[in-house]
Design a protein around this ligand. Structure first.
Ligand SMILES: *Cc1c(COP(=O)(O)O)cnc(C)c1O
Length: 487
């Protein structure tokens, strides 16, 4: 860099400083990846007081800057006070970031291309459309899917409903009369999306395997029609967040075809499992969907955030024809491909280069290895279920669905009526202890412990160790409550 011509107020770094910054950042990044490889989930007991203490004295915006070395050191302390997606982290639905994805995100930030449209980011736009097609092939939805990347499953579900609305109805339609259907086990973002768009939402009962009850769906559609409402869209859940149940997409597709409704598959968590030969039958019918949501940050090992919304080619009306004739969106182009703009399809204008990480992950690992890792996660959940069944003081609450295992601690010393509160106390202790992590679930009205395994680093030993922690903490509580009773 020629430093002679720099502005006095430049924020740029001298070459030496830049080198030191990247060396320091690389050290921190490598430390995070190493710490995430082995755990624990929390380095110390997580508490609001501890995190606030870390930021003490920082309540006012800093007026004067500090040396980079110092800032990096503080940065390391803040990262270490967070939660890591270690091999014994089984909460929520989150895969660890594959190192390839981490590097891709760094490069995307360095290039900092704004993926609003082809004219603003030509290569990034082409790459995004390409990775969307790859995803469609990967989950066997369609070989030439269209769509876009977005923040996550919630944004994907909202955008899918927007497409359904614009494709299936006229602009003046009474939105309250339009009805969106999804099962009681569907992710709450489906109902939220309906509310945002002002349509009605009709939750549908589930069958014994926690899948949308297709008969109940047909009845609901008939009743709504009879009541003067207009069915619009069915959201089929492909991998429910609680138990991993996959709705019968093929059966639902028959209903949506008969009634001319939009079929959206919420595969935010589960859709990647459709790439696994032994699981694909669960997703049969996905090829009839109009749109599919997939979160690459959940089960494709991409760092946050990376949601995807796929749509059958040519199926949807543009989402944003209201960009109208504003000058800043007027595209001057020759090749029709160069006129492409994501703002016509989604809600956002400025967007980061998310496709780079997907592209690098697929190029480096290949679809086969990724599918094998997903299959391995499913095998870990099965292993956990088998271990639970083999332990007298543990009870399996549901057959594992995809890579989710739900169970509870059930020692003979705890009364049936006290099992919910016993397991709730256990989970609180476990999350506080910090070496392993489970989240909570309600299955058939029972409070349960839930493990979602989406981590290619998780081994049987990690699963066994987690169950040991559950049993040890559980029996401590058992003893505690007996002691309380005596006292
Ligand atoms: C997690 C999840 C969502 C929401 O995805 P975000 O990326 O968190 O917005 C939607 N649907 C299902 C089935 C999910 O598991």
């Amino acid at each position: 860099m020629d430093e002679a011509h720099l502005r006095e107020d430049t924020l740029d770094l001298a070459d030496g400083e830049l080198q030191a910054l990247f060396d320091g950042a690389e050290r921190l990044a490598r430390h995070e990846i190493d710490a995430t490889r082995s755990g624990p989930v929390f380095e110390g007991t997580p508490s609001a007081a501890r995190v606030r203490a870390l930021l003490e004295g920082e309540q006012r915006v800093p007026l004067e800057g500090e040396p980079l070395a110092f800032v990096l050191e503080r940065c390391g302390a803040i990262l270490a006070a967070g939660r890591r997606t270690a091999p014994t982290f089984f909460g929520y639905v989150q895969s660890p970031a594959s190192p390839v994805g981490v590097a891709a995100d760094l490069l995307a930030s360095a290039a900092d291309q704004n993926v609003t449209s082809w004219r603003s980011a030509p290569a990034a736009t082409e790459l995004e459309l390409l990775t969307i097609r790859w995803l469609g092939q990967f989950v066997r939805f369609s070989d030439d899917a269209e769509g876009l990347l977005l923040g996550g499953g919630s944004a994907a579900n909202l955008t899918a409903l927007l497409w359904a609305l614009r494709t299936q109805t006229s602009p003046g339609a009474d939105r309250r009369a339009l009805v969106v259907y999804a099962s009681h086990e569907a992710h709450f973002s489906a109902a939220k999306a309906a509310e945002v768009l002002g349509t009605s939402f009709h939750p549908i009962a589930v069958d014994g395997r926690r899948r949308l009850d297709v008969r109940a769906l047909t009845d609901a559609i008939a009743a709504d029609r009879a009541g003067g409402r207009e069915p619009l869209c069915v959201v089929a859940t492909a991998g429910s967040t609680s138990t991993g149940a996959v709705d019968q997409i093929g059966e639902i597709a028959l209903v949506t075809a008969e009634h001319n409704l939009w079929l959206h598959v919420d595969g935010a968590y589960g859709a990647p499992a459709a790439s696994v030969d032994s699981q694909h039958h669960l997703f049969s019918g996905i090829e009839h969907a109009d749109s599919v949501a997939i979160d690459a940050h959940k089960w494709l090992y991409a760092p946050l955030d990376c949601g995807a919304l796929l749509v059958r080619r040519g199926r949807h009306q543009r989402a944003a024809s209201w960009s109208g004739d504003a000058d800043y969106v007027r595209v001057l182009a020759g090749d029709p491909g160069e006129e492409f703009a994501f703002w016509d399809h989604g809600l956002e204008l400025s967007r980061r280069f998310r496709a780079l990480k997907l592209w690098m992950i697929f190029r480096h690992y290949g679809a086969r290895r990724i599918a094998a890792a997903i299959e391995g996660d499913i095998a870990m959940a099965r292993h956990m279920a088998d271990r639970v069944l083999a332990c007298k003081d543990l009870e399996l609450l549901a057959d594992p669905g995809l890579s989710i295992c739900c169970f509870r601690h059930r020692p003979p010393t705890v009364e049936q009526s006290a099992l919910d509160s016993h397991n709730e106390r256990l989970l609180k202790l476990l999350q506080h202890e910090g070496s392993v992590y489970l989240s909570n679930v309600t299955v058939d009205g029972h409070f349960g412990l839930r493990a979602c395994i989406t981590n290619y680093r998780t081994t049987r030993r990690d699963v066994d160790r987690t169950l040991e922690v559950v049993r040890a903490l559980g029996s401590q509580i058992g003893e505690g409550s007996r002691a309380d009773g005596v006292g």
